[in-house]
Write a protein that binds this ligand. Structure first.
Ligand code: PMP
Length: 350
């Protein structure tokens, strides 16, 4: 082996969902929003002055941080913005998870957590969820170097009541607890209301799901000013210009359009509830979902088979070839028309 080869940082990378060319595909595989971004964001895009692309963006992301802070009625010094919540969480791992004790997160959960821990050489323990995929709060009472879990969880879509989330935070006052709320707007109650009481809490959300802007890559963390400052110090030590100019402008416009956001999430929730009934009728079982996707298993047919058959019909859902969940499909909630096409295909296949 050549000398430099020994020094390469080798990791098992995260494998993102497929991103097929959009034409003719019904894309229900990466939990995007089927509705367009807010008309306010579209207007901001149409009016965007392309000449400003000559210039670096604001490294402090002031306008977008301010818009998010105003929306959630927190201080600007309580908001950190990153390139999608993946960037935010990665930065938070680097900033806060520096103990010899293992960081705890659920197994089954967002598979990026262990990848970040590996790449940053953070010790971790993946704590099995119970036989019903439930994250058991008392499993997080043992000494640890930090905690992260999504609420609702992914890919199971199961939601944890806020009192139980608080229980985990309260039992872990000596470490940072991150609640990854990528899917919280689809019917859950956010832990944001706890941030004034718990200085060890970091709540992470994204524009990718409920705000229809996955392509812009905007995520944010909200927490006490000390945590936010520490994250900004790390960010400025790696790459100060992270959020590009269009993201700042369109993002700030979108976050202010509360009415449109609420209309879209209400439509997705209604479609999800109808989809649950239709899945049951077709012989699927699933943990109850409070997200914009359903994690479903057919009583007879294999997950891999349904996945392939749907793909042949240009319908993409997510299949994880992993122990415990290899019979499940994660199906994002699309428009009613897209779901009609999905159910027609499923009736054909099953
Ligand atoms: N957390 C969870 C639980 C997710 O499912 C996702 C989406 N893959 C993310 C974070 C990251 O989303 P984004 O980077 O688009 O904000």
């Amino acid at each position: 082996m050549r000398e430099w080869e020994k020094n390469i940082r080798r990791v098992e990378p995260y494998v993102p969902g497929e991103q097929p060319k959009i034409a003719n595909v019904i894309k229900l595989n990466t939990n995007e929003n089927p509705y367009p971004p807010s008309p306010a964001a579209v207007k901001a895009a149409n009016e965007f002055d392309l000449d400003t692309l000559r210039l670096y963006p604001d490294p402090c992301v002031t306008d977008l941080v301010g818009a998010i802070a105003d929306y959630y009625k927190v201080g600007s010094n309580q908001v950190f913005v990153g390139v999608g919540s993946d960037d935010v969480i990665s930065m938070a791992f680097l900033t806060f998870f520096n103990s010899d004790k293992p960081v705890l997160f659920p197994d089954i959960s967002y598979s990026f957590y262990s990848v970040w821990a590996d790449v940053y050489r953070i010790p971790y323990k993946a704590v099995p969820v119970d036989e019903n995929f439930i994250i058991v709060s008392s499993d997080y009472y043992e000494p640890n170097g930090g905690v992260i879990f999504p609420n609702p969880n992914a890919p199971t879509a199961l939601y944890k009541e806020l009192s139980e989330v608080e229980d985990i935070i309260a039992h872990n006052r000596d470490v940072i607890v991150m609640v990854d709320e990528a899917y919280i707007d689809f019917g859950g109650k956010s832990a944001l209301e706890l941030i004034d009481r718990y200085d060890n809490l970091l709540v992470i959300q994204t524009f990718s799901k409920s705000r229809s802007m996955a392509g812009m890559r905007i995520g944010y963390a909200i927490g006490n000013p000390e945590l936010i400052k520490a994250m900004n110090d790390v960010k400025f030590s790696i790459n100060s210009y992270t959020i590009n100019r269009p993201s700042i402008v369109y993002g700030a416009a979108a976050v202010n359009d509360k009415q449109y956001f609420e209309e879209c999430t209400a439509k997705i929730i209604a479609t999800r509830e109808r989809s649950k009934e239709r899945l049951k009728k077709l012989g699927f079982e699933f943990p109850d979902s409070k997200a914009n996707f359903i994690f479903a298993k057919h009583k007879e047919a294999k997950g891999a088979y349904i996945f392939e058959e749907l793909k042949k019909r240009n319908i993409y859902v997510r299949y994880f070839n992993k122990p415990r969940i290899d019979d499940y499909l994660r199906i994002s909630i699309g428009t009613d028309e897209q779901m009609d096409a999905l159910f027609a295909a499923l009736e054909d296949i099953l």
